[in-house]
Write a protein that binds this ligand. Structure first.
Ligand code: NGO
Length: 516
């Protein structure tokens, strides 16, 4: 019989149990859960007979069962574990996934005993996060496809009870597919990797000066011409609408919401090169393959500009389950403040007319913002106070902490350093609620780690900049602030080295981390 106590009882009965940093360093979980209670006994051993029982018949729950089976793969037996509906009286043995009345929308309880593993959650998302925690309790070798199955055994999971839920609703990563294009398979790989660390948003920066990356059927030259190059002059690329939908479905299966961004009115050279009529002088701009910013802007006083935006937002919104549409709004240097504010307010109406809410970079704050707007705070010297006072919620991406394209130190061969050099410790040791006066926990929607690709020409480059700093940001998004300590985190992070290696991640072996 599993001992599963309500969270409140467990935390008050065991005030020192949070994170179990002293008692259970062996678990090395990232992000650190709220409550980790080691149990008596040897834990559970997976065998060829282990079955995954899914109590709920929903498609989501069944998919999570299949996902767990594919993560375990042939590590426990000649075939991945079978996935079966749960029996009415719970069978001993096996891994049980079940939905209960837990209130926390992304929370879960994981219990490992010698006789059974149980993951219970109020909603499928929580089951999925419980599965990711279980995955980290299994040896890193399970991730290694090239290793013979018998070398992975015995697959022993330590006896433990974990009760967990995240700090923030928005735990994001952003990938700039405009400066350099990344294929559908590369985006899927990024989704796979970020899902291990319980991130739940992937913001795709789909258009910038150097490239337009999503098919718009009513404006076909955007991709035909505007998608034909990238920084440095390479061939670029774009997603067809079918491919974009494929990415969304892949993300959804990992409980990740895709947030599309079409940056405007600046960062629009690819559109201005594709359609002469979007320029105030009616002349198409040449394609651009450099890395300057701030030189381009849509012609905000022409009506065709708003027909264009309406078409683009309509087509993308129709494919996108997220309630959000990111309109960029950053670094506009060629418009007056009045022109800029009028533009943002008009575009906000367009976005709303297609059933979505605006997300924008922090420059949009001077505009009249609709309730529920998200402002993404990125400028280290800026203040989100104005946005917060208008009722906007903040996604914290402050560049000197959360930008994954910043160099680690002066010797990092790729990346930028305009905001800072960001060592792993710098990316971990900060609190999003403490970045600027005027922000409090309640104004924060969450955190997001953007990776801009001016200098990143391949997925290997992206991985080198993202790992391990993205993992640090993932913990900031999930774990309670009072449970995080760099000295302890770096030990756990070091234990993820073999897992990174097994997953084939090209990661930065920071000297400050005791890599195993
Ligand atoms: C800025 C700029 C981007 C750059 C990035 C590089 C924002 C929001 N606008 O961040 O265009 O790619 O810095 O770090």
């Amino acid at each position: 019989m599993a001992l599963v106590l309500p969270l409140a009882v467990m935390t008050s009965a065991h005030p020192g149990s949070f994170g179990q940093t002293a008692a259970a360093p062996a678990f090395d979980l990232i992000p650190l859960p709220r409550v980790v209670e080691p149990r008596q006994g040897d834990g559970f051993v997976l065998t060829p007979q282990t079955v995954i029982y899914v109590q709920d018949r929903s498609a989501d729950a069944q998919r999570i069962g299949q996902y767990l089976s594919s993560v375990i793969g042939i590590a426990a037996g000649p075939e991945p574990p079978r996935v079966e509906p749960a029996r009415s009286s719970p069978a001993a043995g096996g891994i049980h996934l079940r939905l209960n009345d837990m209130k926390e929308p992304e929370g879960y309880e994981l219990t490992v005993e010698a006789t059974a593993i149980t993951i219970a959650a109020g909603r499928p998302a929580g089951l999925f996060y419980g599965v990711q925690t279980l995955r980290q309790l299994l040896p890193a070798l399970i991730e290694f496809e090239a290793v013979r199955a018998d070398e992975k055994r015995p697959l022993r999971v330590p006896a433990v009870t974990i009760v967990d839920h995240p700090r923030f609703r928005w735990r994001g990563a952003m990938l700039d597919v405009a400066r350099h294009f990344f294929s559908v398979d590369e985006v899927k790989r990024y989704l796979d990797l970020i899902s291990i660390y319980k991130l739940n948003r992937l913001h795709l920066h789909l258009a910038d000066d150097q490239g337009w990356r999503i098919e718009i059927k009513s404006w076909p030259n955007l991709t035909r011409h505007g998608g034909s190059t990238e920084v440095g002059g390479g061939p670029g690329g774009f997603y067809t609408q079918a491919q974009y939908s494929e990415i969304i479905a892949y993300a959804r299966d990992r409980f990740i919401e895709i947030v599309p961004e079409i940056d405007m009115p600046g960062h629009t050279n690819a559109a201005l090169a594709s359609y002469a009529e979007l320029n105030c002088d009616g002349k198409a701009r040449p394609l651009y393959t450099g890395i300057e910013v701030g030189f381009s802007a849509l012609c905000v006083d022409k009506e065709i500009t708003y027909r264009f935006i309406d078409d683009v937002v309509r087509e993308i919104a129709a494919l996108t389950p997220s309630r959000y549409f990111h309109i960029g709004g950053d670094e506009v240097k060629t418009l007056t403040p009045e022109q800029y504010v009028r533009f943002i307010e008009r575009v906000q109406k367009i976005v709303q007319s297609h059933g979505k809410q605006v997300v924008g970079w922090d420059e949009i704050a001077p505009a009249a913002l609709a309730p529920g707007t998200l402002v993404q705070h990125w400028r280290p010297d800026g203040s989100p106070t104005a946005a917060v006072s208008k009722g906007a919620r903040i996604v914290m991406s402050v560049a000197n902490r959360a930008y994954l394209d910043m160099k680690y130190d002066n010797s990092t061969p790729i990346g930028l350093n305009w905001a800072a050099n960001i060592e792993v410790r710098d990316s971990y040791e900060w609190d999003p609620a403490d970045v600027a006066p005027g922000i409090s926990e309640s104004a924060l929607e969450g955190v997001e780690a953007p990776i801009w690709s001016e200098t990143l020409g391949s997925m290997r480059d992206v991985e080198f900049m993202a790992f391990p700093r993205l993992v640090a940001i993932a913990e900031i998004g999930w774990t309670r602030e009072d449970g995080r300590k760099w000295e302890e985190f770096r030990q756990r992070l070091g234990a993820h080295g073999p897992r990174f290696t097994a997953l084939g991640i090209n990661f930065y072996r920071a000297a400050s981390v005791p890599w195993k």
